[in-house]
Design a protein around this ligand. Structure first.
Ligand code: PEP
Length: 250
């Protein structure tokens, strides 16, 4: 049985007071939720205050990126142990916005996953095709190389900790959601590929869907066999919307 995970990616939104105010409101609203894991990923500057605010609650905190080196002359970067130090237990890796605007590749994604795991962080690894790739019928080829190259060379124990997020680029922040069937088809494919890489580990791997998930479409998506949660941008920014997502089954 895979426990669902509902994750909010706040992207470059919210000052420290705004971030803390939202988690203060949210933690009361979802305090009784036990059957879904909850994760919020604020901007770097808000990680520590937000992590302090949610201490003892059922909300986990993650960063939106990391660098693979432990310390040194890497201006602007943040090391894995600094992220755990700020109170995080998760980290998003390879989000399509980072691949698109900041030159992330499957190779850098792989280095970051390994660095995250060696510091005890759970990586949420994003994969997904662009609209052009979908129209050119290369979706499965693209996803397969992102999974095989991005998440390669782990021990089975490490591979079991990884969370994968399928985020079709054409559905992120566009209001266009993949249909539950479209998403399920890719999720099942990802599980098959991950199974070829790491055997029975894949059965327990949580595969999240991301791309305009909102309170009105979450329960249809979550009914699908291989969809184990959501990675949510826009609809994670308001406490009441995110509460509805976390409580999708109620
Ligand atoms: C995301 O940020 O990963 C995302 C899926 O955004 P949105 O929910 O706004 O499409």
């Amino acid at each position: 049985m895979r426990k669902p995970l509902m994750a909010g990616n706040w992207k470059m939104n919210k000052t420290i007071p705004e971030a803390v105010a939202m988690v203060k409101e949210l933690k009361g609203k979802i305090a009784d939720v036990k059957d879904v894991d909850v994760l919020l990923c604020p901007v770097f500057t808000a990680l520590y205050p937000v992590a302090n605010e949610v201490k003892g609650s059922n909300i986990n905190i993650g960063a939106q990126d990391l660098f693979w080196e432990a310390k040194g002359a890497f201006t602007g970067e943040v090391a894995p142990n600094m992220i755990t130090d700020a109170g995080c237990s998760f980290v998003i890796i390879g989000h399509s916005e980072r691949r698109q605007y900041f030159g992330e590749t499957n190779e850098t994604v792989n280095k970051k996953i390994k660095a995250a795991l060696s510091s005890g962080l759970i990586p949420v690894v994003c994969v997904g095709e662009t609209l052009k790739e979908r129209e050119d019928n290369v979706t499965f080829k693209v996803i397969e190389s992102q999974v095989r190259e991005g998440i390669k060379d782990l021990s089975k124990e490490e591979a079991a900790k990884v969370v994968i997020a399928y985020e079709p680029v054409w559905a992120i922040g566009t209001g266009k959601t993949a249909t539950p069937d479209q998403a399920q088809e890719v999720h099942a494919f990802i599980r098959k590929v991950y199974g070829e890489m790491y055997g029975d580990v894949a059965e327990g791997t949580r595969i999240l869907y991301g791309g305009s998930v909102k309170p009105s479409n979450v329960s249809e998506l979550m009914k699908k066999e291989d969809i184990d949660g959501g990675l949510v941008g826009g609809a994670s920014l308001k406490a009441e919307d995110f509460e509805a997502l976390v409580k999708y089954g109620k």
